[in-house]
Design a protein. Sequence first.
Length: 187
Amino acid sequence: MKFVVGGAISIVLLLVGASIFALAGGYNVAATDAHNALTHWFLTMTTRRSVAVRAASVTAPAQFTHQQVADGFSEFDEMCVNCHGAPGRERGEVGKGLNPRPPDLAKASKEWTAAELFWIVKHGIKMTGMPAFGATHSDERLWTLVAFLKELPQLSSEKYVEMKRMSAAHGDGHDDHDHVHEEMPAK
């Protein structure tokens, strides 16, 4: 019984102390001040576990087409490059000022499954600057972005520039197509 009462008192004191710290402005929320190692670890672990649990109910396509990758390039080039950069292109001013720093998606997309990437682009991630594109984009369009993200780690800066040239030559990449495209395995 003493242990339970002592534990309850400790929790109350911890909450009171945390509240005083927060109300006194003790935690610096400036984007120019990096999180300490413990806070960074906790937020990273929380994000990974939250996404994994929620993405478990998402069914990714078995394969992506070349057209989905091309359409996804258009989405990526329009919406993602400013914060995340691209092969041969550094982040824009907004991306350079965000904390936490937006990940290099050529590296980060290898660490997430297609279902997890879909969940992230659809729902966003709180307090990271990652918006929820599900409010403005259909699932079909979001899957094209995922198709491109899964191809991104293999792209050189030259290939990225070539895709940009091809995208510009073919319009915005959202045309209706009346022909079949070769399937690519989802990664």
